[in-house]
Design a binder for this molecule. Structure first.
Ligand code: PRP
Ligand code: MN
Ligand code: MG
Length: 178
């Protein structure tokens, strides 16, 4: 598995530090707001688990599963909602938690959806931002790291469902997906 990694882009220590910083900022901003943090599965699973433990204020969590990549290395642009929320978001303060904003298609779809569900406020926290590939004009409110246009895996991010369990963010060797 590790043999498929060309280079470690963000190591475990840097991830831990940045997730703590994001948690501190969110803690300040959301004090008294009783937000629902919504993890977008499956990619956000690892980040979500670490992030919420750095936000020591009352909050709720929920998840939904949106998928655009299938087994491809590129976004299809068509978002499939494979599992929906279990909570009512009407009138609530929502923080979407993503692992990466790439083309922005997933985020755009989700922001429209939460607006139509009547959320009071919707913000986004994404661990990674890859602005070079953007197709939609969306930006996360909280960003962990801006990254170059490379195919990255680990810490929740996959290629064809693999590599999510790597403890760091690594660039996948081209030969693996080409
Ligand atoms: C990935 C990633 C984001 C989305 C970002 O999810 O986790 O949710 O793509 O890409 P975009 O900005 O181009 O839409 P994916 O569809 O691979 O599903 P997964 O989270 O289950 O891996
Ligand atoms: Mn995802
Ligand atoms: Mg994926």
């Amino acid at each position: 598995m590790i043999a498929d990694i060309q280079e470690i882009l963000v190591d475990e220590k840097a991830l831990e530090k940045r997730v703590s910083e994001l948690g501190e900022k969110i803690t300040e901003d959301y004090r008294g707001k009783y937000p629902i943090l919504i993890g977008i599965l499956k990619g956000s699973s690892v980040f979500m688990a670490d992030l919420i433990r750095k936000i020591p204020i009352p909050l709720e969590i929920d998840f939904l599963k949106a998928s655009s990549y299938g087994a491809e290395a590129r976004s299809s642009g068509v978002i499939e909602l494979e599992a929906d929320l279990s909570m009512d978001v009407k009138g609530r303060s929502i923080l979407l938690v993503e692992d990466i904003v790439d083309t922005g298609n997933t985020l755009k779809y989700l922001l429209n959806r939460f607006e139509s569900l009547g959320a009071e406020e919707v913000k986004v926290c994404s661990l990674l931002d890859k602005p070079e590939r953007r197709e939609q004009r969306v930006i996360a409110d909280y960003i962990g790291f801006e990254i170059p246009n490379e195919f990255v895996v680990g810490y929740g991010l996959d290629y064809a469902q693999k590599y999510r369990n790597l403890p760091f963010i690594g660039i996948l060797k081209r030969e693996v997906y080409e």
